[in-house]
Design a protein around this ligand. Structure first.
Ligand code: DC
Length: 224
């Protein structure tokens, strides 16, 4: 029977790489919900729609089509896979994702992914709001400094210019925005396993999560 494993947590806690590897090891799908929020934010900003609840926002949302094809993200048919990873997309997604109608518009798309089979889903409210009945939930966190260091490394690897101070400030800003918004704020979901990844390697985090999955399988809480 298809099952969902949720991984929530703040920006830079290592969710994406861990979720991707966990899904690969389990042979199930991986869903990066941040990519969906990033894509819709870019479309809305480009269309000149202000990040506030309005009639124009409500009118625009039903016409935006976001598609996920593996690592590729399409927004109204355009490949935005690279564009969604820029600092501009960091800022825009944080602002637009606080709007209730944006969150509502993306709920169906996220839940629909379950019909394609078991999945590891990564985001901010996956265990609390989108898949509250998921049998296994994780909350990955780390200090802002550890997360900023990781974001810098990622950007360096992509050959992009980085400024640690700026990255740290942006992480703190997004933490505040993501945790203090009225709708679906970033919280540790009830029943989630909390993992502080500050002093852990990616391999260690993956192994820890995998052990929890094995235990859940052996207890029959999830079935393949
Ligand atoms: O995980 P990320 O950095 O790619 O997410 C981009 C933005 O989208 C981030 O500011 C929080 C928001 N987001 C959200 O509100 N809910 C989710 N399930 C996933 C992301």
């Amino acid at each position: 029977m298809a099952y969902v494993i949720t991984i929530d947590g703040p920006a830079g806690a290592g969710k994406s790489s861990v979720a991707k590897r966990l899904a690969q090891l389990l042979g199930i799908h991986y869903l990066d919900t941040g990519a969906i929020y990033r894509a819709i934010a870019l479309v809305l900003a480009e269309a000149g729609i202000r990040p506030e609840e309005s009639e124009s926002l409500k009118k625009a949302l039903p016409d935006i089509k976001i598609e996920l094809r593996g690592e590729t993200v399409l927004a109204n048919g355009d490949d935005v896979s690279r564009e969604i990873r820029t600092p501009k997309a960091d800022r825009l997604s944080s602002v637009y994702s606080a709007l209730p109608s944006v969150r509502q518009a993306l709920l169906g798309l996220q839940r629909d992914q379950e019909k394609y089979g078991s999945l590891v889903v990564e985001g901010r409210d996956e265990g609390s709001v989108v898949f509250p009945k998921a049998p296994l939930k994780f909350f990955l966190t780390a200090t802002p400094e550890a997360r900023a260091r990781r974001r810098c490394l990622e950007r360096e690897r992509r050959g992009e210019p980085v400024d640690y101070g700026e990255v740290l400030a942006s992480i703190r800003e997004r933490d505040t925005a993501d945790s203090s918004r009225d709708v679906s704020p970033l919280v540790q979901p009830e029943g989630a396993v909390r993992v502080d990844t500050s002093d852990m390697t990616e391999d260690e985090v993956v192994e820890l999560l995998l052990n929890h999955v094995r235990e859940a399988l052996s207890r029959g809480e999830i079935t393949e």
